[in-house]
Write a protein that binds this ligand. Sequence first.
Ligand SMILES: [Zn+2]
Length: 402
Amino acid sequence: MSSERQPQDLKNAIREAARRRLPEFMEMVRWLYHHPELSGEEKESSRRLAEPLRRAGFTVSFGVGDLPTAFVARRRRGKRPVLAYLAEYDALPEIGHGCGHNLIGTAAMGAALVLDEVAADLGGEIRVLGTPAEETLGGKVAMVEAGVFADVDAALMVHPASEDRVLSDSLACQSLEVAYLGRGAHAVAHPEKGINALDPLLALFSARDALMRQSRPGLRIVGVIREGGVRPNVIPERAVGHFSLRAPDRERLAAALSAFRNHARRLAASYGCKVELTLTDFAYDEMLTNRPLADAYRANLASLGVAVNDAPRENMGSLDMGNVSHAVPSVHPFFALVPQGLASHTREFAQATITEAGEAGLLRSVQALAMTGLDILADPDLLRRAREEHRESGRGRGKSEA
Ligand SMILES: [Zn+2]
């Protein structure tokens, strides 16, 4: 039986195909770099990324729920498993692809094309999900809620960073707006006739520090004042703060959010103001990296001569992939694009995407994504272990609500 050798032959074919098609993929990266489109406006970017998939025989449809620039491209050779590569392609105002989503979108597209070339006998489905507006509302959250992942067995994507890493912890996150409403009056002549809306907001900022100290480690609350009155001789009748709460997991986030909201209400009462609390954007769940899929991805990178740093992360933010990872077994590896210390969301980061470092990162990402996809399609035992781990890591789901 040659079945022992076959997966390795296919992986060699994947490596070759990725190398052969690299110039074509880099052309896509450069086009996106030169035509950055903002979150929710990625009309041309999504169309361009889907086009090579359509030409390769994928069925493409645009629009998911309220997201016209989302797309689903599928190549079906059997019912299961369904393997999803996630493409991001939104850019930032002023700095363009400063988060490197031009590389992310192209890596997803490239991996699907390369895997498709060698996967004719494997069955299952290769799907590319175009997930817009990562930088603003979190398109993946809306797509999870729209049921796009209902039949997906595994979800994979990569993100550029300053190191190669497979375990990508991230924080759960929720933003909210706090608006205090008081009563305006002349601040000098008739202060007794007014109710100062800024006072409870300032008190909330002080309370925030105490809340962070009291809670278990890992809670972060950051905020800004959006409105704090108009002029000094008028008592502010309206004051608005915008806050973002971060916690290691969604249960602790829900508890912290509840405590924060209650405190905001108590302050309103004690200052005689009204308060309006409005959740803004979607809640992001913490990323649950699926260990069996991560092990497979790491092994494939190792076969390419790439070592990863999987020490616990220190400087992390939040990812909308977190919500996907609660729905289906997922990995979100990082690959080194820039030196340590160079932050994303900068022009330098955007510029790096079209350099040799960008090209090298894209090549190993396409190869490792496609090889791991092959593992998923060809090895039922990997998928069984991935599902089992996902069930266990998701144990706390939906336990508490804010
Ligand atoms: Zn990003």
